[in-house]
Design a protein around this ligand. Structure first.
Ligand SMILES: [Fe+2]
Length: 194
């Protein structure tokens, strides 16, 4: 429960899926392999209008998300989200867009922070060459969103996949801990217990 949790929220998923192809996909560039684009919702640009509406509708959201496109036969390296102190999001809310067929697996590892190096250009801490550690959990994103603590070492593995997997990883309120977010959705009876 400290790393990820499945959440029942079809309305939010539908709101994001409905605007994805017209208003989110064009912001990211569709490239081969692993493509991750970090997006801050601009308060003024007209093209961000539909995204601002979704952001304002749900009080648990931060104005930031990642567009993650992952082709079959590719995996991200093991990493931690964020590189600079104070800019490491505590919670991401992963929303399925397409190709979320259960073949792609998000894997979590027990590896000390000292084994990662800071990459400020991608706002990510990547695992040092040669470092490793035991796998401690995994989930497969299908219909329900999964809320994740991206401060646990993880990778998204589509090595055995047959489809490009597209997701939005929306940051939740940065004043919340992962456990506070779990409580928030639990009170609303949206927490799906495995
Ligand atoms: Fe990540």
């Amino acid at each position: 429960m400290n790393t990820f949790a499945e959440i029942y929220h079809p309305e939010f998923v539908k709101d994001v899926q409905e605007i994805y192809w017209d208003h989110i996909h064009p912001i990211g560039l569709a490239t081969k392999g692993v493509h991750i684009k970090s997006v801050f919702i601009d308060r003024f640009k007209p093209e961000f209008g539909p995204l601002r509406l979704v952001f304002k509708k749900y009080d648990f959201l931060a104005p930031h998300f990642l567009i993650i496109n992952l082709d079959p036969n590719y995996s991200t390296p093991i990493h931690l989200d964020g590189a600079e102190e104070g800019k490491m999001r505590p919670i991401s809310f992963n929303i399925p867009i397409s190709g979320c067929n259960g073949e792609c697996v998000t894997e979590f590892y027990d590896i000390p922070l000292s084994s990662f190096w800071k990459d400020t250009t991608t706002a990510t801490r990547w695992l040092n060459e040669g470092a490793s550690g035991p796998k401690i959990g995994e989930y497969r994103l299908k219909e329900n969103p999964i809320m994740v603590c991206p401060q646990t070492p993880h990778r998204v593995n589509n090595l055995n996949g047959s489809e490009r997997r597209i997701t939005i990883s929306w940051s939740l309120r940065t004043d919340w801990t992962f456990q506070q977010a779990v409580e928030y959705f639990k009170i609303q009876d949206r927490l799906i217990l495995q």
